[in-house]
Write a protein that binds this ligand. Structure first.
Ligand code: EPU
Length: 290
């Protein structure tokens, strides 16, 4: 336990990443702003749902912060002061809340706005931080207020305060999205479900193995997967990691893959695809090389 009562444990990060790769690190499970402030007293990183993340086989030397307890809960009660008949502004949704569960709850309520993010396995905070999305929509479609904790304290901002865009929020790396208020439109459970199904349909051809999601951003709106496919790289394997035969922009863990295997595939893709590709994954640490 830390001074303020946060649970602190050394754990393999492979347990927390959708790729199933990552060495042992010191994980801080923080439940309050006070515990978060303590965790931020030394170098730290923030772990969301562990999708879109490739962690070194050696782990990382920094504290790894995971939002838990109340910071992973959601209050979807409409705020009467901010809501109108055409717009629902919710209570606070914790950065540690899983996105899939949130979407199921919104669908049942018949509230529209975030359907395009269906199928993303992340947590709310991380999904906001990278503006996760699909062709059908993104996190910033449904955000009213964002609470961020910076090394200087807590701030509440709106999307207009940020320079956000495709797969980026403009929120600096060391700032933590602790809670958000959502902005949604009243619809029906059936209509929301239909939109979610449509977005889900586009994922049908994606691999089912352990994967961080798409490796590279789409350069200038062109599918990076298509470019990797055209370079003849689908199915290429290094160690126990493979470029998915189903979709070129996915690297999958066949079981027992290492971060070094994944980095080797990323290098190969960059070398073979004739267009500069920007990585969508977060790398821990940031330099290439396992
Ligand atoms: N295509 C190929 N070969 C491939 C992959 C794709 O020919 O190996 C073709 C497809 O046949 C299709 C076109 O490229 O004609 C576009 O493919 P897809 O519909 O899969 O879309 P994408 O642009 O490759 C984007 C997002 C995905 C999201 C899908 C569906 C990015 C980098 N990718 O992929 O998001 O799931 O649309 O909405 O923006 C992610 O961000 O992690 C992610 C997986």
């Amino acid at each position: 336990m830390s001074r303020t009562g946060a649970r602190v444990e050394r754990q393999p990060l492979a347990r927390y990443t959708t790729l199933g790769v990552g060495g042992e690190s010191e994980v801080w499970f923080v439940e309050t702003h006070e515990q978060l402030a303590e965790a931020m007293e030394a170098p730290y990183r923030i772990l969301g749902g562990g999708s879109n993340l490739v962690v070194s086989d050696m782990g990382v030397p920094e504290r790894v912060i995971r939002l838990s307890g109340p910071l992973a809960e959601r209050d979807l009660t409409p705020d009467p002061a901010l809501s109108t008949p055409d717009l629902i502004v919710t209570g606070w949704v914790g950065g540690g809340a899983p996105l899939p569960g949130l979407l199921r709850a919104l669908q049942k309520l018949g509230w529209s706005g975030l359907e395009g993010t269906v199928g993303i396995p992340g947590q709310v905070g991380g999904s906001v931080w990278m503006n996760a999305g699909t062709r059908f929509g993104e996190m910033f479609d449904g955000l009213h207020t964002i609470e961020i904790v910076t090394p200087d304290g807590v701030r509440q901002i709106t999307p207009d305060d940020l320079d956000w865009g495709y797969r980026q929020s403009g929120i600096p790396r060391n700032h933590i999205v602790t809670r958000v208020r959502l902005k949604l439109r009243p619809s029906t459970p059936e209509a929301v479900l239909e939109k979610m199904d449509q977005a889900d349909q586009a994922r049908k051809g994606q691999p089912k193995n352990k994967t961080p999601g798409c490796a590279f951003k789409n350069p200038g709106g062109v599918s990076a997967g298509k470019l990797i496919d055209e370079a003849g790289l689908k199915g290429t394997q290094v160690g126990n990691a493979r470029i998915a035969p189903e979709h070129g922009n996915f690297i999958v863990n066949l079981g027992g893959a290492t971060a070094a295997d994944v980095h080797a595939l990323l290098d190969l893709i960059r070398e073979r695809v004739g267009v500069p590709l920007e990585l969508e994954y977060e790398l821990w640490p940031e330099h290439l090389g396992g």
